[in-house]
Design a protein around this ligand. Sequence first.
Ligand SMILES: Cc1cc2nc3c(=O)[nH]c(=O)nc-3n(C[C@H](O)[C@H](O)[C@H](O)COP(=O)(O)O)c2cc1C
Length: 171
Amino acid sequence: MNEANLKAEMLQAMRRLAKSVTIITTSNGHERFAMSATAVDSLSTEPPSLLICVNKTASLHAVLDAGADFCVNILGLEQEELSHLCSGPIKGEARFQRGNWLSSADGIPYLGDAQSAILCRQDGKFSYGTHSIFIGRIQQIHNGAAISPLVYLDGSYTTTAAPAPTLAAAG
Ligand SMILES: Cc1cc2nc3c(=O)[nH]c(=O)nc-3n(C[C@H](O)[C@H](O)[C@H](O)COP(=O)(O)O)c2cc1C
C-alpha cells in the first residue's frame, strides 16, 4: 500500500478508535490558549504522567513548544459546545467565553466542572511528523463526581455506550 492509501486507511482505522474528548489548556503568562484534543493518553503512574499529541499548526503549539505547563480537561457529555468552540475559527482568549474556567496557582486555566482536570508540568517533548508529543508530569487533579465523558467516534460526538452485549447478557 502506498503512503497516500495508508494515510486514508489510517484515518478510517482511527474512526473506530473511541476517545474521550478533552480540551488542552495552557498560558504564556499573558494569554490563555485552549484546543480540543483526543490524542491524549496516560503514560506512566510512576511518576504520574500523561502525553498529548499536538499538531504543529495549532495555535497553542508554539506556547507548548516554548515549555509552558498545561492542563488536560476531560469533557462531560453536556460540554460538546466547548469542544466545538475550541476546535473552530475563534482563537485565543475568545475560546474561554463559555465554560466554568478557573486558574491554577501557576496561571494555567482549568475547567471547574470537567469530568477531570489534570494539571501538568511539562516534562519532555518529542517531534514526529506533523505533530509534537508533550509529556506532562501530573501536579494536581480535580476529579468530578460523575463519570459521563463526551466521546468522539466515527467522526461524531457520542457518549459511552451501554455495557457490551456479552456483559449485559451475563447480567
Ligand atoms: C474531537 C476533536 C479532537 C481533536 N484532537 C486533536 C488532537 O488530539 N491533536 C491536535 O493537534 N488537534 C486535534 N483536533 C483539532 C484541533 O482541535 C483543531 O484543529 C484546532 O482548531 C487547532 O487549534 P487552533 O484552531 O488553535 O489552531 C481535534 C479536534 C476535534 C474536534
